[in-house]
Write a protein that binds this ligand. Structure first.
Ligand code: C2E
Ligand code: CA
Ligand code: CA
Ligand code: CA
Length: 275
């Protein structure tokens, strides 16, 4: 019994070590996948609440690990952020999606893209220059681009952030605040920044099923008061869609209308949608 404590520490150490090894291995694999440009993208349509018009396609990263299979972006994005790979990753996703939009979906000239931007990269130097260079290179019109940034961004350095956002806006780029409702943001900040839409997290949409639509209702009223649109994500059922329509929500994203799709599948979806 005297040694039990020490044994436990040793077992704990070993467990920690193998976890760290595993993490390190995953980080190395991610680095080479980013370097070799092996990370794929899928697209998920965002539609008007009545399902008749397309607002944009959200671009979602897809990493097929040679041994572990599909790894969720919820897992690999934080690793990319920690390993300082996120900037290269984002630029490659942006370039890929602009090229696909131009080359595969070129028959739909007004097609918008929504690209996820990690909070930490928004304030890095050259963020806008890099972004602009890709838009020029791929000949993708900046006014057809939405950038999705999470609510935690609003807590960052006020003047610097506001400057970057204003510069993006001058190019015609729009901002959507992702996972709205999961963090804390002051009304004043929301009002001071050039934000086009708030995206309500799917956790809140789920609550509709238990009659908990108070938060969605409040966000829609506030957003409209500030001249912003509202996107509800994770909408899976007709009941949820009807509730959002009744509350005046502008756009819907979710399995109810469309799942994330690979390029070829999306081509067919777009064709069916427009015919
Ligand atoms: P998010 O931006 O909130 O994206 C929406 C997530 O909800 C996506 O998961 C999407 O597949 C999923 N989803 C869509 N409709 C439904 C639905 O009806 N029901 C349910 N249960 N889920 C639905 P995904 O693709 O696994 O992405 C997870 C998160 O990873 C994203 O959440 C985003 O925060 C992050 N992410 C994905 N791609 C990128 C990227 O290229 N860059 C950055 N920075 N983050 C990314
Ligand atoms: Ca998003
Ligand atoms: Ca979201
Ligand atoms: Ca979310």
């Amino acid at each position: 019994a005297k040694h039990a404590g020490r044994d436990r520490v040793i077992i704990f150490d070993q467990a920690m070590e193998s976890l760290l090894d595993e993490y390190q291995k995953l980080e190395d694999d991610l680095r080479s996948s980013v370097d070799e440009d092996l990370i794929d993208i899928s697209f998920q349509p965002i539609l008007s609440t009545d399902g008749t018009t397309l607002e944009s396609l959200e671009v979602l990263g897809r990493w097929f690990h040679p041994k572990l299979g599909l790894i969720s972006p919820e897992r690999f994005i934080p690793i990319a952020e920690n390993a300082r790979l996120i900037r290269r990753y984002t630029l490659s996703v942006l370039k890929k999606s602009c090229m696909v939009a131009k080359m595969e979906f070129g028959v739909f000239p007004d097609l918008r893209l929504s690209v996820n931007i990690s909070v930490q990269e928004m304030l890095e130097t050259h963020f806008l220059d890099d972004l602009h260079a890709i838009l020029l290179e791929t000949d993708f019109p900046p006014h057809l681009l939405n950038l999705e940034v999470t609510e935690s961004l609003l807590a960052k350095n006020e003047s610097e952030l506001s400057q970057v956002m204003q510069d993006c806006c001058k190019l015609g780029i729009k901002f959507h605040i992702d996972d709205f409702g999961t963090g804390y943001s002051s009304l004043a900040r929301l009002h001071a920044l050039p934000i086009d839409a708030l995206k309500i997290d799917k956790a809140f949409v789920k609550r509709i099923d238990q009659g908990g639509e108070t938060l969605i209702k409040a966000v829609i009223e506030m957003a409209h008061g500030l001249n912003m649109k509202v996107v509800c994500e994770g909408v899976e059922t007709l009941e949820q869609a009807q509730c959002i329509a009744q509350l005046g929500g502008d756009y819907i994203q979710g399995y109810f209308y469309a799942k994330p799709m690979a390029t070829s599948e999306l081509s067919m979806w777009l064709f069916a949608f427009t015919h």
